[in-house]
Design a protein around this ligand. Structure first.
Ligand code: PA5
Length: 465
């Protein structure tokens, strides 16, 4: 496994008094060990079902590959309908593994269906989808663990209406459902309509579900090697089976985040230097925000914790965000993801001899340029005492990707345990969901509707026209 963590620039010896001391790292060890024990003792239980995902998917992976292979023969458009944990993982893995202009490739170069993820209910987006797909050649993967999410179920209703109008009973051939086996409406619909169905294990929450059928089926539809994804996750899991922080990459990074939170560094910036990993940052943002942004601890004490995650892309955001990171408040830590070997090499040709300020680039490669810019940005930040650490990936392939996803999941679980919070609920999201149900007149939400009716009315003096 060639994933390494370089956290020199988190330490006082590199960034001065804004950094972490060896003593602080030593002192946090018992808390980290406790977190490790908590996570390990829950392995596979309750909402820690995701820790079993790398091991117990062999059978379902076979079925996934079998169905994907069959559907890929005729499917020209593959559309995921889902939101949050049911969308961000598939987008992240697709972007990491496929051509960066995949949908624009010719059919023969793409050699698979075009891919779309509709994770919003913006009517313009939905209409735009229907403008580019041909229903006849489209497979929709409806993904919702609860089987109740308004956004996904609205999309389902729209798609099913169109399919039924056109194909009658055969509409079901265009839908694959991914949902809970025992609860929610989608499973009932799937049984009634006869959809191909994959189950999301109960102990696997949305944001921890990429290595379950939620992520595996879309990946297989795109001819991504899901067995390698799972193998990478398994190997990372094996590496993480020690409470020794110096050997467990998820535990040491969890400890770094935990100490940083104590230092008031309440922002976590994820900055990969690879376009292919841009949406891994997006996926990470949800994982961190929904898991660790909590009002109360496990004893009900108000804590209001969580680092605000920010996605950033190297080198692009050097020209937008890095000014702030270098000179703004000392309130953030930056995680760089460095890729040692890009899948292409592009050389900057000779030219502009008369302009030495341009000509110095010639003969180098974009590979050298992006790596050098990462080095230089890290240097500039470190010089200004800015906390940063780097995850170094040998290359972006299924194996390293599986390992990286699993690393972040473990890190999140450890940080949650160190903060003594419930990593797996999302009460802050529920309130908005319930208000939407009430405003739409859903049965059972009458009291909430009344509460909304009684809410303070907006004042016109605060509205500028
Ligand atoms: O991480 C989570 O639990 C959430 O982001 C869910 O994935 C999201 O709300 C969608 O839920 P569901 O899969 O039930 O439609």
């Amino acid at each position: 496994m060639s994933i390494t963590i370089n956290y020199n620039n988190m330490m006082q010896s590199f960034i001065g008094d804004k950094g972490i001391t060896d003593k602080q790292l030593k002192d946090v060890q018992s808390c980290a060990k406790k977190a490790y024990d908590t996570v390990e003792s829950n392995r596979g239980k309750d909402m820690h079902g995701w820790m079993s995902s790398p091991y117990d998917q062999d059978e379902v992976a076979e079925r996934i590959v079998e169905l994907a292979t069959k559907l890929r023969k005729t499917c020209k458009y593959f559309v995921v309908l889902g939101i949050g944990g049911s969308a961000l993982g598939p987008i992240a893995v697709f972007t990491a593994m496929k051509h960066l202009y995949y949908n624009e490739l010719s059919d023969s170069k793409r050699n698979g269906p075009k891919f779309y993820v509709i994770d919003n209910v913006d009517p313009e987006r939905m209409q735009a989808l229907f403008d580019v797909i041909e229903l006849e050649h489209t497979v929709f993967n409806v993904i919702t663990k609860s089987g109740a999410t308004s956004e996904t179920m609205s999309q389902y209703l729209i798609v099913m209406y169109m399919l039924t109008k056109r194909y009658g009973k055969d509409a079901n051939k265009h839908i694959v459902a991914t949902t809970s086996q025992h609860k929610g409406n989608l499973i009932k619909l799937a049984q009634k309509e006869g959809f191909e169905t994959f189950y999301i294990p109960e102990g696997v929450g949305g944001r921890f579900s990429e290595l379950s059928p939620v992520g595996l089926f879309p990946a297989a539809m795109l001819d991504i090697d899901i067995k390698e994804l799972l193998r990478g996750a398994r190997e990372m899991d094996a590496i993480c089976r020690t409470a020794d922080m110096s050997r467990n990459p998820a535990l040491i990074t969890a400890a770094l985040h935990y100490i940083s939170i104590g230092q008031g560094k309440n922002i976590t910036v994820m900055m990969p230097y690879a376009d292919s990993l841009k949406y891994i940052a997006d996926w990470y943002c949800q994982l961190s925000a929904e898991s660790l942004g909590k009002a109360v601890d496990l004893q009900g004490k108000t804590v209001n914790v969580g680092q605000t995650p920010v996605k950033s892309l190297g080198v692009t955001d050097q020209h937008s965000q890095v000014q702030l990171y270098t000179e703004g408040p000392f309130d953030k830590i930056i995680t760089f993801i460095e890729v040692k070997n890009y899948r292409n090499e592009v050389v900057i040709p000779e030219g502009c001899q008369q302009f030495p300020d341009v000509n110095f680039l010639c003969g180098h490669s974009l590979n050298e340029l992006i790596s050098t810019e990462l080095y230089a940005t890290r240097y500039a930040l470190t010089k200004q005492q800015r906390s940063n650490y780097t995850i170094v990936l040998d290359k972006v392939d299924e194996y390293h990707l599986g390992a990286l996803l699993y690393l972040f999941q473990m890190q999140t679980a450890y940080i949650g345990a160190m903060l003594n919070i419930n990593t797996y609920n999302q009460p802050g999201v529920e309130e908005g969901k319930n208000a939407t149900y009430a405003l739409f007149g859903r049965k059972g939400y009458e009291a909430k509707a009344q509460e909304l009716k009684n809410a303070k009315k907006e004042e016109s003096k605060y509205i500028v026209k």
